[in-house]
Design a protein around this ligand. Sequence first.
Ligand SMILES: Cc1ncc(C[n+]2csc(CCOP(=O)(O)OP(=O)(O)O)c2C)c(N)n1
Ligand code: SF4
Length: 307
Amino acid sequence: MIKTHKRVSDLHPEEIITPGTGLCAGCGGLEGLRLALKELGKDVVICNAAGCFTLLSVYPFTPLQGSWLYTTMGGPVPAAQGIRDALDVQLKKGKLPSQENLQVLVVAGDGSSNDIGLGPTSAALHRKLDFIYFCYDNEAYGNTGFQLSAASPFGSSTQTSPSTHEHPAGAEKMKKNLFDIWKAQDPTYIATVSPREPIDLSNKFAKAKTMSGPRMFICMSPCPTGWGFDPKDAHVIAKLAVDTGIFPIKEYFEGKVVHTKRPRKRLPVEKFLERQKRFSHLFYPERCEDVISQIQKNVDDYWSHFE
Ligand SMILES: Cc1ncc(C[n+]2csc(CCOP(=O)(O)OP(=O)(O)O)c2C)c(N)n1
Ligand code: SF4
């Protein structure tokens, strides 16, 4: 039976990522990965797509206790396939004792996950590759200066989608629905998680660890540098994303989607938007009522299917 955590003091005390990394202070994705690795443990090999998290392990320094393979932006899943195959061959030949088997974990940003890496990922899902995918979703190409990705939300400003006279909303496309794209290929498990919901996150990783096949986590990753807020407020921003209903916390398992945390009374979306510089054009020099109302409507429409 899976042991479930009820309070933060139940979480594993051991840190698999030790303090002192090259990532920004207050990085929500890093907190998500720290919690995830507490659950997965040391026997993990990470296949990392080029992005911010590449700075986690820069040879010869690493804050990690497990192994790390750096790949191109499109390459982490093919790398995971190669490692899984190599482990399976060694296990089959009896050259690797079963207790030394490793969990293969992909760590990639939303740019890699939604854009260039999606084709190989879809192929691996089709082959039912046995791996876990951790997408830290900072809603842009963070490492290269915060450019628009397919996960950048409607109404946000990025380096390549600033608010202008002709394009006052900034990003004009809706965020790609990575959860549903994965769901269409019926993987073993998919979950969205937030670093501000550590019990929910940890229990989901504990559950996924007992399964095999493709398993996916999309981690809401407040990014002080790109989103424009004080690093000390990362937990507040992450909480507002859930409480406004902008970031639904859910899982997909055995054909069903279940919301594992529901905002009791959803706060207006502007409580989340007004705290970040990337949405400041929606409030100053004047309020863009049409864009704010559209964002609210999108959230209301989503939840109307489940209320
Ligand atoms: C094919 C390719 N194009 C561009 C780059 C340059 N590049 C390195 S990291 C990065 C951003 C990746 O964005 P994302 O996957 O969202 O991760 P994040 O940077 O936000 O951590 C880019 C564009 C690259 N490495 N490879
Ligand atoms: S730019 Fe954002 S996502 Fe990247 S390390 Fe810094 S806080 Fe994290």
